[in-house]
Design a protein around this ligand. Structure first.
Ligand code: ADP
Ligand code: MG
Length: 285
């Protein structure tokens, strides 16, 4: 698979009255492949949002280089090409609504790109269908639930036909139902529309659904691997103050006690399956 976003030794520092601040992202190198679903974890202040904003030229590296499909994000002339390729969805659904009717909201992006009206119509319908919000197209966005609002925001990005969507804690303000709806919509556009997804979250049950997990700590990337690899080190995650998916933590504890659990258990279903297969003969009294 081809790389879409490449961070090459990137450092970024926020300005603050000229004081020498610690970098928010420090010497970060990573590659995100086309079609990949990457989760980014890390506690508050670890640099996740800064990483997100560096992906589509909202922020430009102080040193090092970010490229999107081969284009340097520091190239000011290419900024709209980059934003067209990589769209962002933020945490607060209310801050992302720009219109008073759902379909106008979704049309806002392509309108600004100068897309022709019949093509806009087609894109808006398609985008709303792919996030399951088509039947709400004439509703008022501010009356929707949080999960519905976030799906409208995602549709707005889809309507610009971006290759990649970066979502910065899109579920943090949602109830469990809304979180599920958003996760389902994002998974669908990754699997069915081959969109590249960078999903920042602090919910482990969401992170385990990604192809790959990156863990940030104090401005640095400290873990990067498949969900199975990353969650097979629960001690390391706990030491960083991060949760571990319950099923992964339990399997790890059982293994430590000599019980034969397979590696890479991340969710309850696979935990139960593996547990049922254990031969407890001889262990029973
Ligand atoms: P996260 O999203 O993981 O919580 P951020 O990328 O927002 O982390 O922040 C990384 C570091 O940069 C933190 O120390 C934070 O305080 C600092 N920071 C973030 N945004 C700003 C800003 N606008 N101005 C100054 N410092 C900031
Ligand atoms: Mg953040």
């Amino acid at each position: 698979m081809e790389d879409l976003i490449i961070f090459d030794n990137v450092t970024y520092r926020y300005d603050s009255d000229g004081a020498a601040l610690k970098p928010a992202v420090s010497n970060l190198s990573l590659k995100i492949k086309k079609g990949e679903f990457v989760a980014v974890l890390g506690h508050n202040g670890s640099g996740k949002s800064t990483l997100a904003k560096l992906c589509n030229a909202i922020l430009i590296p102080e040193s090092g280089r970010v490229t999107v499909d081969g284009t340097d994000t520091a190239d000011e002339e290419k900024i709209y090409d980059i934003r067209r390729k990589v769209g962002m969805v933020f945490q607060n659904p209310d801050n992302q609504i720009v219109a008073t009717v759902v379909e106008d909201d979704v049309a806002f992006g392509p309108e600004n790109l100068g897309v022709e009206p019949t093509e806009i119509r087609r894109r808006v319908d398609e985008a709303l269908k792919s996030v399951g919000m088509y039947e709400y197209r004439l509703h008022e966005p501010h009356r929707l639930s949080g999960g519905q609002k976030q799906r409208v925001a995602i549709a707005g990005i889809l309507a610009m036909q971006t290759d990649c969507i970066v979502l910065d804690e899109p579920t943090a303000m949602l109830d469990p139902k809304g979180r599920k709806e958003v996760m389902q919509a994002v998974k669908k556009l990754n699997r069915e529309l081959s969109k590249t997804v960078v999903f920042i979250t602090h919910f482990m049950d969401e992170a385990v659904q990604a192809d790959r997990v990156i863990v940030m700590n104090k401005a640095e990337k400290i873990m990067d691997g498949t969900a199975k690899e990353v969650f097979s080190h629960p001690e390391r995650l706990k030491a960083l103050g991060l949760d571990v998916p319950a099923a992964a933590g339990l399997s790890h504890e059982l293994k430590k006690r000599g019980i034969d659990m397979p590696d890479g258990i991340l969710d309850n279903e696979s935990f139960i399956e593996a547990f049922e297969r254990i031969n407890f003969e001889g262990n029973n009294t």
